[in-house]
Design a protein. Structure first.
Length: 310
């Protein structure tokens, strides 16, 4: 191939046919078109390869075909037009993608606003829920206080055989109060002596096989007893140990508890039973301290009930 400089397509497009023919040889022109890739794309216009290729391929020195500058310009224009069309399609695709991205940004912004509003609503609901919980807890405490006050003068008597008449229950209650508080008959009207206000059996009366009230029920119903004050109730319950060596030895006295308090007591008893079964506690005295609401091994606390409101 000739060592002279190869012309670019821009230079070829700006030259007239005479100028090209006077400036370069046809071999250089073929080399320029070959380097631009136009020989393969426009084989119908330039049917013959450049001289250097023909000489390398066959060794022949036949004459080179003539070239028309208009054909070259048309080939260049077609190539540029094709490239521009491809670029336009790419630009159109990019614009569509940008539009889609813009639409997505708008949707994302809308969703972010909705999420922000939901968070605000959630915070309001959480605050309302907290306020409601506080109000409910306050009402529970108030109701619990009223219930505790109502029950504070009551005690439950268990194991007391049911009499045929209510007067028997009344006489038994008075005698239990006398024994528990170590008062004589003559002291029952004195100051600070517990006074029986009311009493009643809890639950339905037991029935025999004939559908009538049974007087021989082996497990009598609990007896709810109301006295004049909380202090009187506490005295009677504390003195319940005095019933051990009397005809009321199987009678058990306790406070009048609500359902939550009873469940709490059952839980403490369950803990007591579980602790007694543990090998580490073998040989030790495991007991319930009802005042502190705890289960102990001697003086060591094994379990303490969480503080709660009844």
């Amino acid at each position: 191939m000739n060592s002279s400089k190869t012309l670019s397509l821009d230079e070829l497009a700006g030259m007239s046919k005479q100028h090209i023919m006077s400036k370069v040889t046809k071999e250089r022109l073929y080399d320029a078109l070959d380097s631009a890739g136009l020989l393969d794309q426009n084989s119908s216009l330039l049917a013959s390869p450049p001289t250097s290729q023909r000489l390398r391929g066959t060794g022949s020195t036949s004459a080179q075909p003539s070239l028309d500058i208009n054909d070259i310009k048309l080939a260049v224009k077609d190539s540029v037009r094709s490239e521009l069309s491809s670029v336009k399609e790419d630009i159109t695709d990019i614009r569509k993608q940008l539009d889609e991205i813009g639409a997505l940004r708008v949707k994302v912004g809308t969703l972010e606003d909705e999420v922000s509003n939901l968070r605000k609503d959630n915070n309001h609901l959480r605050n309302d829920l907290d306020s409601t919980k506080k109000a409910v807890l306050l009402h529970q405490r108030q109701l619990g206080g009223i219930d505790s006050e109502r029950r504070s003068k009551n005690l439950i008597v268990r194991g007391l055989k049911e009499g045929a008449y209510s007067e028997e229950d009344s006489d038994n209650c008075l005698e239990i109060i006398k024994i528990a508080t170590n008062h004589q008959e003559s002291d029952l009207a004195a100051v600070n002596v517990p006074v029986l206000i009311a009493f009643k059996r809890l639950g339905k009366p037991p029935l025999n096989v004939n559908g009538q009230t049974s007087e021989d029920e082996p497990r009598p119903r609990p007896l709810l007893v109301t006295v004049d004050s909380k202090n009187s109730r506490d005295k009677i319950i504390t003195g319940g140990k005095n019933l051990m060596n009397t005809k009321f030895s199987k009678v058990f006295l306790r406070r009048d508890l609500n359902e939550r308090q009873l469940e709490s007591n059952r839980c403490l008893v369950k803990v007591l039973e579980d602790e007694r079964k543990k090998p580490d506690n073998t040989g030790f005295v495991i007991s319930i301290d009802w005042r502190s609401r705890s289960v102990k091994r001697g003086d060591a606390v094994l379990y303490h009930e969480p503080k709660q409101f009844f």
